[in-house]
Design a protein around this ligand. Structure first.
Ligand code: GTP
Ligand code: MG
Length: 282
């Protein structure tokens, strides 16, 4: 079980509560590979009735058919869209959604006899999900610092899109306890939790289990291996051998093999993979 709660996360939550009072709209970014596990269970209570748009980011790394299913699931409650913050896919549709919601908010403001104003939007989501990258793509700049590890954005920062939209970049937030141990592993595997906080070998076994459940071909195709056993430790050994992760004496270096598998999964070398399906309402 992955246990963790660094102090700065508690602080981030406190700040989030205060910042919510300043914004008209929240864009909740989820990881398209784990849309359920990347959604903060405390958010409904925190956001309450605040206008919300859901963006499933990293769609390039997720399976298209499952992204469609997830979108249908979220669209029952919120305007939702799949995006690739790096390549800009889905961004013009997201901007259209933002403007539409902004126009509704402003028409309410005008009715109250006040002047229409810029729309203030907070971007929230787990660490490393692509909040800052999305802001850069929306603004066509590189004002928000991004990086391929969790915890890159430490402070909050307002960034404008023209004179009609103000975006608030925020540090990623995780919650203190994962009720389901798979949620913790999925967050670790996709890069939301620092690599030095969890056991890479256990996480690699979990990843192998998930992949076997989705489609055993993913592993046999990527690593050109024959799956004679469905034991994750046997399969990790085959992967390690293929990738030359050996200790002196010829034993498999399981630590290196685990890191290799996890990194290749994160980079999309195993092809687009979504680790979970929505629970379909009847
Ligand atoms: N493949 C892919 N990578 C992405 C996408 N969006 C962001 N990334 C990468 O994901 C990593 C994290 O991006 P950031 O924008 O720094 O993430 P963040 O949510 O701001 O992270 P924190 O500030 O640490 O909370 C970077 O290496 C980005 O290049 C995407 O749509 N596809
Ligand atoms: Mg950031």
């Amino acid at each position: 079980m992955i246990q963790w709660y660094p102090g700065h996360m508690a602080k981030a939550k406190r700040i989030l509560r205060a910042d919510l009072k300043l914004v008209d709209l929240v864009i909740e970014i989820l990881d398209a590979r784990i849309p359920g596990s990347s959604q903060n269970p405390a958010l409904d209570e925190l956001l309450h009735t605040k206008e919300r748009i859901i963006a499933l980011n990293k769609k390039d790394l997720a399976a298209d058919d499952l992204t469609c299913l997830w979108l249908r699931h979220f669209q029952q409650k919120y305007p939702s869209i799949a995006v690739n913050a790096l390549k800009g896919e889905g961004i013009s549709s997201l901007l259209a959604l933002i403007r539409q919601t902004g126009a509704q908010i402003n028409s309410r403001v005008l009715k109250k006899g006040r002047k229409s104003r810029e729309i203030r939007i907070m971007i929230i989501g787990i660490p490393n999900v692509g909040k800052s990258a999305l802001i850069n793509t929306l603004t066509g700049s590189s004002m928000a610092k991004t990086g391929n590890k969790p915890g890159v954005t430490r402070g909050r920062q307002w960034i404008g899109v023209g004179d009609e939209i103000q975006l608030l970049d925020t540090p990623g937030i995780l919650w203190p306890k994962f009720g389901d141990e798979d949620v913790g592993y999925k967050l670790a595997l996709t890069g939301a939790i620092s690599d030095d906080i969890f056991d890479q070998e256990l996480a690699a076994y979990k990843l192998i289990e998930y992949l076997l459940n989705i489609d055993p071909d993913i592993l046999s195709r990527t690593y050109q291996i024959k799956l004679v056993s469905n034991q994750p430790d046997d399969i990790l050994a085959l992967i390690g051998k293929k990738r030359g992760c050996l200790c002196s004496g010829g034993r498999i270096d399981r630590d290196r093999a685990s890191k290799t598998l996890i990194n290749e999964f994160r980079k999309g070398k195993l092809g687009p993979v979504t680790l979970e399906k929505p629970v379909m309402e009847a």
